[in-house]
Design a protein around this ligand. Structure first.
Ligand SMILES: Cc1ncc(C[n+]2csc(CCOP(=O)(O)OP(=O)(O)O)c2C)c(N)n1
Length: 567
């Protein structure tokens, strides 16, 4: 590498160029101005100027999830950096590779409560994979390139780099250094000792289920998973984060497991004698009470991160390492399998799959199912969906079948309202706007990031917001209806915005749909309309997401439409 003299800001950009960063999302301020000034001159990558730093983090996260690249967000010190916190936590919970570059007050002012000084490294410590405090020019290469290296290797996650303003101005000679992190092992902590037992368990069971999580997508193990399921005819359930890891229109797919899982997925997990859990962390929303989970089954847990083994569920057998290689090894090791004694199990599963019927006519009032069904029919699955959080997210997860990885983008672990619209911007850029990108939204969540419609308009990002508008914080309202004696404490909006006017004022188009018969036409029109669009679907306020696991219960404690009618 030729040795060149330059400022710290130029050195940061040089590192980003070496990382082939194509796009970053951010919003400048005092402590990051030298960096932005240098960006003005070098134009190292496309910069998307957002309306709020939280959106910068979510957009970078959405970009990373779709593109498999590291997402980059940039903010100034103080409030700029604290505005990133929710986005960083969201990425951390869902293992998304993200680099957050934030300004800091000059090194001489640190600790003096200087204007816009905040200890962002301290604030984010529990929600980052790693962080770097740059103190001098000579730290820059190691910090920036190290941040990318750590964010994308091993179990991915967010990394924060703090850049004091004086270091951005300091001059020095740009030099590469060794990226050697003592104690960091990107190769993983492999442990395949129990492989023979795992294979024996898989061959000798009668009622197997695979539970696939986000780890399968992160490890690019979807083809191997399909091979395993097909070779041994094992049905596959996914977690919310695992949606897309296995084609949901495949005859062996059970759909999503958990609090709002499909009857087939939840019943299969309850009655299985073997659960092969791959890249899952057994979250409470997925499995209910861990002590009552899979009491009749042997659990084989395959995960990259040894810290996940036994964290929530103690497996009978575990394999630690990259899911892709481990699944491939299993597939290669098993010969021809006699699955005749599983016929009954597969028949039972086919019957359970019939329980979630989804063949509504397009008539009457708009229901969420109409909207998701129409998106499936119109796009034939060739679309990316982002979701907000609440009922909208669960309706999308239940009714929209995802056949390919990285096409269903949702905040699974943190459950962040306001995530979906900025994530959709990132998704749009990641796919070069070549695929339709829909944000399935609730009105509460939408209003948390609505300002980003303006960003979509400025950069001509054709995000289509499908607003399932129930004039309420629907999911919380649903809990109040079912478990809090219908006391609707602070969940119903007494007045709502004029969504069409709001969309127009932010440079988008918008229209309202009341009748199911108009749903398909409205979505087709949205796709034909250039730029961002908001389709405001007025759905009944009392519409619930069912089935639903009783909070604090098990996968057997399920509320259904029928059980509610019997109440
Ligand atoms: C930032 C944030 N605040 C609060 C919550 C708690 N919460 C979960 S779902 C929900 C209601 C969401 O309402 P809306 O976006 O309208 O979606 P709906 O459930 O009606 O589809 C709330 C408040 C959250 N998940 N995230």
């Amino acid at each position: 590498m030729s040795e060149e003299r330059m400022t710290g800001a130029a050195a940061v950009l040089r590192c980003l160029e070496l990382e082939n960063v194509r796009v970053a999302f951010g919003l400048p301020g005092g402590a990051i101005m030298p960096f932005y000034d240098e960006l003005y001159k070098r134009k190292s990558f496309k910069h998307i100027l957002v309306r709020h730093e939280q959106s910068a983090a979510h957009a970078a996260d959405g970009y990373a999830r779709v593109s498999k690249e590291v997402g980059v967000c940039i903010a100034t010190s103080g409030p700029g950096s604290t505005n990133l916190v929710t986005g960083i936590a969201t990425a951390y919970m869902d293992s998304v590779p993200l680099v957050a570059i934030v300004g800091q007050v000059a090194t001489s002012l640190v600790g003096k409560d200087a204007f816009q000084e905040t200890d962002i490294v301290g604030i984010t410590l529990p929600i980052v994979k790693h962080s770097f405090k740059v103190k001098k020019f000579g730290d820059i290469y190691f910090a920036i390139r190290g941040a990318f290296y750590i964010a994308k290797t091993g179990r991915p996650g967010p990394v924060l780099v703090e850049l004091p303003s004086d270091v951005q101005r300091q001059e020095g000679v740009f030099r590469g250094t060794d990226l050697n992190f003592r104690g960091y092992n990107p190769e993983g902590f492999w442990n395949l000792d129990k492989m023979p037992e795992a294979i024996e368990a898989i061959l000798n069971c009668e009622r197997p289920v695979i539970l696939a999580g986000g780890g399968v997508i992160i490890s690019n193990a979807c083809t191997e998973l399909l091979n395993l399921a097909e070779k041994l005819e094992i049905p596959v359930a996914t977690t919310l984060m695992g949606k897309g890891a296995f084609p949901e229109e495949h005859w062996l797919s059970l759909g999503m497991v958990g609090m709002h899982g499909t009857p087939a997925a939840n019943k299969a997990l309850c009655e299985a004698d073997l659960i092969v859990a791959i890249g899952v962390r057994f979250s409470d929303r997925s499995i209910g009470r861990p002590d009552k989970f899979a009491n009749s089954a042997k659990v084989v847990h395959i995960d990259y991160d040894p810290a996940e083994v036994g964290k929530n569920v103690r497996p009978n057998i575990y394999l630690v390492g990259d899911a892709r290689k481990i699944i491939k090894e299993i597939v290669d090791s098993v010969g021809k399998v006699d699955i005749s004694r599983r016929r009954e199990w597969l028949k039972k599963i086919a019957d359970w799959k019939e329980e979630l019927r989804f063949d509504l006519e397009y008539s009457g009032q708009v229901r969420p199912q109409h909207v998701l069904k129409a998106v499936m029919e119109i796009t034939k699955g060739e679309a990316i969906l982002t979701t907000e959080v609440g009922q909208n997210q669960m309706w999308a997860a239940l009714y929209y079948k995802v056949n390919k990885p990285r096409r269903f983008i949702t905040s699974g672990g943190l459950g962040t309202m306001g995530y979906g619209l900025p994530a959709a911007m990132g998704a749009c850029i990641a796919c070069g706007c070549e695929m339709p990108v829909f944000n399935i939204a609730g009105d509460g969540s939408f209003m948390m990031s609505v300002h980003e419609l303006d960003t979509c308009a400025r950069y001509n990002l054709p995000v289509k917001v499908l607003l399932l508008n129930n004039r309420a914080l629907g999911m919380v309202r649903q809990w109040q209806e079912l478990f809090f004696g219908k006391r609707y404490s602070e969940t119903i909006f007494s007045k709502e915005p004029d969504y069409e006017g709001l969309a127009r004022s932010l440079g988008a188009q918008g229209w309202t749909v009341r009748e199911a018969s108009q749903v398909r036409g409205a979505i087709e029109r949205a796709l034909e309309t250039p730029g961002p669009v908001v389709v405001n679907f007025l759905i009944p306020q009392e519409e619930k997401v069912l089935p639903m696991m009783v909070p604090g219960g098990t996968l057997k404690d399920i509320i259904t439409e029928e059980s509610l009618e019997r109440r």
